[in-house]
Design a protein around this ligand. Structure first.
Ligand code: ADP
Length: 589
């Protein structure tokens, strides 16, 4: 594991300790040289004093010098007994060089008793140390003991000590580096582990393991690891709490969005600058907002209806709820807009709720039409009954012929009223699904035969040809009674609107895809523009004549609703003056 910190610590220690050792070695060397020189000088002085003592006790200096020379030569010394002019006084002696430097040492010794000096015997020769000691017995006979020693000989004496010191220093240095490396690694490695621990990419359990293992140490690093471990746990706890809170917030916001999206109503929330902050699917559908427009767009980019935008603006200005009902352009659809201002909380602005009221308005119109149609239908027979009753009470009752006529009218109108009310009740039952249907296979031929039998007298009376054509048996899945009512109403209408000499045919078509009942007549027919409305309740093509013929205006409406209840469809084709054709199609069984 490479560590910058470890490199720095060890590197710095290595440089500093190296400098210290070099300084120490240099100081040691200097000290040793100084001590060696002082010791050497003392040694020389001591020997020269011993020679002088020997010379004083012996008359022949030759013998003394010869014995000392042998001893001194081993140590690199050269020895002379010279006069004041630096000439050798013993015959066996070679002459010292007549260097002026050497002579000055001799004279200095004669003046002060002894002298020592670093000199060069030749100008380019090696440096030597010269010692001189006054050994004169009388003043008139001056003589000096002179010795010269090469400096190299002196220095070479402590070279082994220096190299040993240098070796020891190098070993110490290396050992020191290893020790520092060991100690620093002990500190740096946990630090490295901790720094990795802070890295997010490491798993939580791994991070905790690392910190726990370091926290077992009893030093400061252990304390730091313990503190970090505690922080780590707190951090993880906080993250976990935040995650839970975020999940909850997201799920409640998802729930809210799906609830709002599943609403039939459109919901658009805008801020004070009329920027869209929320838009549900219902709003997109009702306001025809394309997918390109969304959160952040201005309301006028989404909705191009001036009245809509004015209502929103009014609500934002007045801080009051505003409503508007408008028609979507080029469509029948009616929309109601309710704008509720949001005045409190962090999101001020408004919420616009849009509701499609087309169906509601249609039902309202139907109800209105029904009420007015029903009252109108009821009014006519009731007016007649009332008029007849008034006339009878006014005296006509005493005239038997008139009384009979009026009572007959009252009976007719009462019958019509009954038929009307029965029709309305049946229609209400079928429409509301209260009519109990027994859905089972029914033979249409049997039902149609029965119906035609019932109308035979009427048809004969009108001289209308009434016949049934088709297969001998045709099964459909239906309710027997409902089927009877459907065929009956259609045949009744056909007979009513077919003049004498015409034909009314009930044709059964056992088509492979779907069985059909076709009621065809050669009557008056229905104008093309009214074909679409004949199935509406109380709708009559010719109101006056229809009433005269005893129609309630409910027959086809009942047919339509019964067909719907049976899963069948009814349609009409007609040509004015040539006849009509009503076709009931059943689903393939
Ligand atoms: P009504 O009781 O007045 O016949 P219906 O609902 O049965 O009411 O019929 C609605 C209207 O449709 C009738 O008033 C009549 O004008 C027209 N109509 C129905 N059947 C025929 C038909 N076969 N030929 C011509 N007009 C018809």
């Amino acid at each position: 594991m490479r560590s910058q910190l470890l490199l720095k610590i060890v590197g710095l220690y290595a440089v500093l300790s190296l400098l210290a050792l070099i300084g120490l070695l240099t100081a040691l060397d200097v000290k040793q040289s100084t001590d060696a020189a002082a010791q050497q000088t003392e040694e020389v002085h001591k020997r020269l004093r011993s020679i002088r003592t020997d010379l004083e006790s012996v008359d022949d200096p030759e013998i003394v010098l010869a014995s000392w020379k042998q001893t001194l030569q081993r140590d690199g010394y050269r020895l002379w007994l010279v006069d004041s002019d630096c000439r050798a006084l013993t015959s066996a002696d070679d002459q010292p060089t007549a260097e002026i430097t050497l002579q000055s040492v001799v004279r200095s010794a004669l003046r002060s008793g002894q002298a020592e000096r670093h000199i060069r015997i030749q100008s380019n020769g090696p440096e030597v140390l010269a010692f001189a000691l006054d050994a004169s017995r009388e003043k008139e006979d001056p003589r000096v003991l002179l010795t010269v020693i090469a400096l190299e000989a002196l220095q070479s004496n402590h070279a082994p000590v220096r190299s040993a010191a240098a070796r020891a220093a190098i070993y110490t240095w290396i050992f020191g580096i290893l020790c520092v490396l060991f100690v620093a690694a002990g500190v740096v490695q946990p630090l490295q582990a901790m720094s990795l621990n802070l890295d997010q990419s490491i798993e939580r359990t791994l991070r905790e393991d690392v910190l726990l293992s370091i926290s077992e140490r009893r030093d400061e690093l252990g304390h730091v690891a313990t503190a970090l471990h505690r922080l780590e746990q707190e951090r993880e706890d906080r993250i976990a709490k935040l995650e839970v809170a975020e999940r909850e917030a997201r799920s409640s916001s998802d729930l809210l969005s799906s609830v709002l999206d599943s609403m039939v109503e459109g919901v658009v929330a805008i801020d004070r600058e009329q920027r869209i902050v929320f838009l549900n699917t219902g709003a997109r559908r009702l306001l025809r907002i394309s997918n390109v427009i969304g959160i952040g767009h201005r309301l006028y980019e989404a909705v191009r209806v001036p009245a809509f935008l004015d209502t929103v603006e009014d609500s934002l200005q007045s801080h009051k709820m505003e409503t508007l009902e408008y028609r979507r352009s080029n469509e029948e659809a009616s929309l109601v807009l309710v704008v509720i201002p949001i005045l409190k909380g962090p999101h001020t602005g408004a919420v616009a709720v849009i509701r499609d009221v087309t169906e509601m308005r249609r039902l309202e119109a139907m109800r209105r039409d029904f009420v007015s149609g029903a009252s109108h239908e009821l009014k006519t027979p009731l007016t007649v009954i009332q008029a007849c009753t008034d006339t009878l009470l006014g005296g006509a009752i005493s005239d038997p012929a008139a009384a009979e006529r009026f009572l007959k009218q009252i009976e007719e109108q009462s019958e019509r009223l009954l038929q009307l009310i029965l029709g309305m009740l049946q229609l209400a039952r079928v429409e509301s699904g209260q009519q109990v249907l027994h859905i089972e296979p029914v033979d249409v031929v049997t039902v149609a035969d029965e119906v035609l039998r019932g109308f035979r007298t009427v048809a004969d009376a009108k001289s209308v040809q009434l016949c049934l054509t088709g297969p001998e048996q045709m099964m459909v899945i239906a309710d027997d009674e409902a089927l009877h009512t459907i065929i009956s109403n259609l045949v009744d209408n056909a007979l009513k609107h077919t003049a004498s000499g015409g034909d009314v045919t009930v044709e059964l078509v056992n088509a492979a895809t779907s069985p059909e009942i076709v009621v065809r007549d050669t009557g008056a027919g229905i104008p093309a523009e009214m074909l679409g409305r004949v199935f509406e309740r109380f709708y009559r093509v010719d109101r006056h004549r229809s009433r005269e013929r005893g129609g309630t205006g409910l027959g086809l409406a009942i047919v339509k609703h019964l067909c719907q209840a049976l899963g069948a469809t009814v349609s009409v084709r007609s040509e004015l003056g040539r006849g009509s054709e009503f076709r009931v199609q059943f689903p393939a069984s």
